[in-house]
Design a protein around this ligand. Sequence first.
Ligand SMILES: NC(=O)c1ccc[n+]([C@@H]2O[C@H](COP(=O)([O-])OP(=O)(O)OC[C@H]3O[C@@H](n4cnc5c(N)ncnc54)[C@H](O)[C@@H]3O)[C@@H](O)[C@H]2O)c1
Ligand SMILES: *[C@@H]1O[C@H](CO)[C@@H](O)[C@H](O)[C@H]1NC(C)=O
Ligand SMILES: *[C@@H]1O[C@H](CO)[C@@H](O)[C@H](O)[C@H]1NC(C)=O
Length: 312
Amino acid sequence: MNFTHRVSIIGGGGNVGAAVAFALVVMQLPVEILLLGASEKSARAQALDIRDAAHFSTAHCRAGTSEEVGCSDIIVITAGARQRPGEPRSNLIDRNYVILDSIIKKIQPIKPTAIILMVTNPVDVLTSLAQKLSGLPKSQVIGSGTFLDSGRLRNYLSRKLNVNSNSIHASMLGEHGDTQFVGWSVASIAGSPLLKHPLMANVDLAEIENAIAHQAYEIIEAKGSTYFGVGYHVAALIKCILTDGHKIYPVCNYNAKYDTYLSVPAILGSDGATPINLNLSDEEEVKLERCAESVNHSLGQVNEFAVHVNEE
Ligand SMILES: NC(=O)c1ccc[n+]([C@@H]2O[C@H](COP(=O)([O-])OP(=O)(O)OC[C@H]3O[C@@H](n4cnc5c(N)ncnc54)[C@H](O)[C@@H]3O)[C@@H](O)[C@H]2O)c1
Ligand SMILES: *[C@@H]1O[C@H](CO)[C@@H](O)[C@H](O)[C@H]1NC(C)=O
Ligand SMILES: *[C@@H]1O[C@H](CO)[C@@H](O)[C@H](O)[C@H]1NC(C)=O
């Protein structure tokens, strides 16, 4: 069978990578999905399990090799160390930087038209690093960013307003982390500002924002990690890229104004992310700048760490 596109998932032996692959299978895309893990065993086991479902689908799934990853149309990265109890987030950044560095080296040469789709946390920081390490054009390196958080927001508003979430335009912006915020000033429903909707009159906006930004914590506390939600969202990004869909999605992409990677809406197609102008309120613009500073701060920590590692 000839597949139109190849999508490789590095970290495919883990929960998020496997959930992305499973969602692609369910979406009936004509793709060949390759899974790679730290150990061949786990990626192969996930691929075999998913293959048991894929015979209903136009997608195919198998374990892949590093050489095959480099010539993929989309390279999804979900590989990463998990945070140990009590461990500071900066440690996670350092560990995942080392993993990312080794992955990018292993999959060279990367096809010049490939898109790298970063999912590993802290996703906005690692997307920036993936671009630097791979040398691909900035438009071709994207992170899932606040796409999942925005889905959670639209889902919440959908229940509140009794309108399908696809008909509500609202996004979480900035960073897939605690500093993210709702872009209320650019949120709309049926062409009108969302905040002018009568049912939005008495809602506590700060409470919504806080609940969405922390929704993952409740899931992680009870079942250890989140994967179905992010899996389907990442698969939707892949579908949009492969079909050159030109949908506007809030993803982590390079922001020229702040000269760093940030999660803001961009047009997504086969050539990657094309930024759009957002006319945020002054207050929101300050919040966005704060997110840019936060991403930059983490990048600075990694740079210090990388220098230290190279000197050892
Ligand atoms: N961006 C988002 O919205 C979002 C949402 C949920 C989870 N995540 C992140 O996704 C990542 C993966 O989460 P998970 O639950 O799947 O974790 P997991 O532990 O189940 O899977 C991670 C996988 O990475 C593999 N790995 C480690 N080093 C590797 C290497 N050098 N090469 C290849 N594979 C390697 C591990 O073997 C493991 O199978 C985490 O960083 C998590 O924080 C992001
Ligand atoms: C941006 O929004 C402000 C109000 O917040 C408005 O005055 C201005 O015209 C808008 N600019 C554009 C380019 O839409
Ligand atoms: C982020 O870092 C880049 C590169 O060092 C710099 O040009 C930019 O001004 C910084 N942005 C913010 C908001 O600090």
